[in-house]
Design a protein. Structure first.
Length: 208
């Protein structure tokens, strides 16, 4: 199972939108897809109506998780936790790290949506993912959020056996007629080059 996390430490950057569309594309390709909705808002859970709910993701953070005998081809665990692990998150992280490999035989891909602000839950997503996609918003706080993700990756990598593979940064909600945004995009391309996706996601009224 290949696990892809979508993470940046900023709200409104498009994490959920990108995560949902990635899950839909993989599902349309005939793959077995698990979606882990770690954002407590659970907007992805509402959007992915065709994914069968497995209920709360809480069992994954408990020791000795035993997966069901079978899973649906498209399934979703949602963050319905109420903060019960916030005071003892190291134990929850250790449990997730031990439990997550048990899901490998059942799915081809796992897509993880993360909360907008850094917490142990974001750490958990980066701890178990193979690949990371980082949305970038070309606004006043976008570059700072991207730098925070870089720092977070370094922190999590110290706990991992292998480093996270950063697939790339995806500029999102880009207005091609906005001179300031185009200058910022050019500056980002010059700075990080190959780590930036070739195409950007233009701003739209909605995505369906």
């Amino acid at each position: 199972m290949k696990t892809i996390a979508i993470n940046v430490e900023k709200g409104g950057a498009g994490k959920t939108m990108i995560a949902c569309h990635l899950a839909w594309v993989l599902a349309d390709g005939g793959h077995r897809v698990l979606f882990l909705d770690l954002d407590r808002q659970c907007n992805a859970t509402d959007a992915l109506a065709e994914f069968e709910s497995l209920g709360t993701c809480k069992p994954l953070f408990e020791p000795n998780y035993v997966p069901p005998a079978t899973f649906p081809r498209l399934a979703i665990y949602s963050n319905r936790m109420g903060g019960e692990y916030d005071a003892d998150y190291p134990r929850a992280l250790s449990a997730l790290n031990a439990n997550f490999p048990t899901l490998d035989p059942f799915f081809d891909f796992c897509v993880i949506d993360t909360p907008p602000s850094w917490s142990w839950i974001n750490f958990a997503a980066l701890l178990v993912c193979n690949h990371l996609i980082v949305p970038v918003e070309l606004g006043p706080f976008g570059p700072a959020a991207t730098k925070q993700v870089s720092d977070s990756i370094q922190t999590v990598n110290q706990r991992r056996k292998t480093p996270i593979h950063v697939v790339g940064l995806v500029p999102n909600r880009v207005r091609a007629n906005d001179t300031h945004q185009m200058k910022m995009l050019a500056a980002i391309k010059e700075k990080i080059g190959k780590n930036l996706f070739t195409n950007y996601l233009p701003e739209r009224a909605h995505y369906s």
